[in-house]
Write a protein that binds this ligand. Structure first.
Ligand code: NAI
Length: 411
């Protein structure tokens, strides 16, 4: 057990109780899974952004009978009060805010040392350890679930090479995950992070969004709603046309970097903003990232190019360029919605983590029969989560009559 400060427990429990009230789907599932008993005595290792909604998922799994060990998946998204609250509530926690690379790795290893039956990974760091020096910690492992786009890309690369040692479910690809979490969740929470960190207006500014995937679409939608002039950069011509049809300007980063006021990268790729871009940015430009890794804005090049750096405010570092202009980087280029805010809204994570809980259940039941591959989430899980969400919102939808069913199958 390694956390920063047990005295923060009550603050963490307050945060967890707050989001619990807005996560009714998880409450329903907790009851069902507890009665069913499938999680009884099972060991689960989780590496995921350690904030209140994640804590709620960990508690659900514990209340359903599992032994749960948790750690973060990014040193700047871990909240120390949540860690303390979880320890108070009986979970095994190894994580703290701003862990050094060696501390971060030690926390992952400590988490895996329970020799899990199943894992939840976010970005792929647990999977990497379980395929390297710590293979022995996978001796009981049936398989696991991966939360995000980048983690799935890493898993698929491993799968393509035929060197994945256990089955993994691509939770991100479930409709009830990426259509809501990546789009509406990242859309709202990225601006939550930017606005609370900078205290500046978005309206009237040129907001450059690199990547028009599920997250980029959500960020662009919210930027427009806040009154920004939205500029999109892309490498995929189809996505670029989609952005054009939404009424956004599409251009290269070489052009956008001259006119942007706020830059948000969300591509899952590296070196999206590099030295030739920094060099021509306006004075006061704001740079942040919402993609999984901090490799989208090349901070090594920015540091090299700068004459000086200065902390401007909490979570903002200003880099003075040879041109005399200063560009400001938020949260060290780590996911701005988690490192500089509290992540996605609770109602969104109610769905994402319902998918996680049901996917883990699926892995416990079906994993022993599955091949060592990446699997999509069964459609029934998506349908169950969507139906539960609708019913908690008090919304009914129409059902096909027998005649209608026959009609649509008759072509
Ligand atoms: P996606 O695959 O739907 O979209 C990524 C887009 O970026 C694609 O359209 C791709 O063509 C484009 N792209 C790739 N390289 C580019 C480059 N060099 N320049 C411009 N565009 C480029 O992926 P999604 O789901 O939108 O996720 C993006 C990233 O955000 C991933 O790293 C993912 O793990 C992460 N993510 C972050 C969340 C958060 O809470 N901040 C939530 C969910 C995902």
């Amino acid at each position: 057990m390694e956390i920063r400060d047990r005295n923060l427990a009550q603050a963490g429990i307050d945060k967890i109780n707050w989001v619990t009230a807005y996560m009714p789907v998880l409450a329903t599932l907790e009851k069902e899974l507890k009665e069913e008993g499938i999680f009884n005595g099972k060991r689960i290792a989780m590496s995921i952004h350690l904030e209140a909604k994640t804590a709620r998922l960990a508690l659900l799994l514990k209340n359903a009978g599992a032994k749960v060990a948790v750690t973060g998946c990014n040193p700047l998204s871990t909240q120390d009060d949540i860690c303390a609250g979880l320890v108070e509530l009986g979970l095994e926690v190894n994580a703290w805010y701003n862990a050094t690379p060696s501390e971060y790795e030690r926390h992952l290893i400590n988490t895996l040392s329970i020799k899990p039956d199943v894992i939840i990974d976010d970005g792929g760091d647990l999977v990497i350890l379980l395929h390297g020096k710590y293979k022995n910690l996978a001796e009981n492992l049936i398989g696991g679930c991966e939360e995000t786009t980048t983690g799935i890309q890493r898993l698929c690369a491993r799968d393509d090479e035929g060197c994945l040692d256990f089955p993994m479910l691509a939770v991100n690809n479930a409709k009830c995950k990426h259509l809501f979490d990546n789009r509406y969740g990242t859309g709202q929470s990225s601006f939550d992070g930017i606005i609370r960190t900078t205290n500046l207006i978005v309206a009237g500014k040129n907001v450059v969004i690199a990547g028009f995937g599920w997250c980029g679409k959500g960020i662009a939608m919210r930027a427009k709603g806040l009154g920004a002039k939205v500029i999109v950069t892309e490498i995929d011509p189809v996505k670029a046309i989609e952005a054009v049809m939404e009424g956004f300007e599409v251009m290269t980063m070489d052009d956008a970097s001259k006119i942007g006021d706020i830059f948000i990268t969300v591509t899952g790729c590296c070196d999206v903003v590099v030295d030739r871009h920094f060099a021509q940015m306006k004075d006061g430009a704001i740079l942040c990232n919402a993609g999984h890794f901090d490799s989208e804005i090349n901070l090594v090049q920015l540091k090299k190019l700068s004459i000086s750096t200065a902390k401007r405010r909490h979570n903002i570092v200003g880099y003075k360029l040879p041109s005399g202009n200063t560009v400001n980087v938020l949260a060290e280029g780590r996911l701005v919605n988690l490192a500089a805010a509290d992540g996605h809204p609770a109602e969104i994570m109610d769905m994402s983590f319902a998918i996680q809980a049901l996917s883990l259940r699926h892995m416990l039941l079906e994993g022993p029969k599955m091949s060592k591959k990446v699997y999509e989430i069964p459609n029934e899980i998506d349908e169950k989560v969507a139906s539960l969400k609708l019913s908690t919102l008090g919304i009914d939808v129409d059902k096909l009559s027998e005649e209608q069913s026959k009609y649509i199958k008759s072509f």
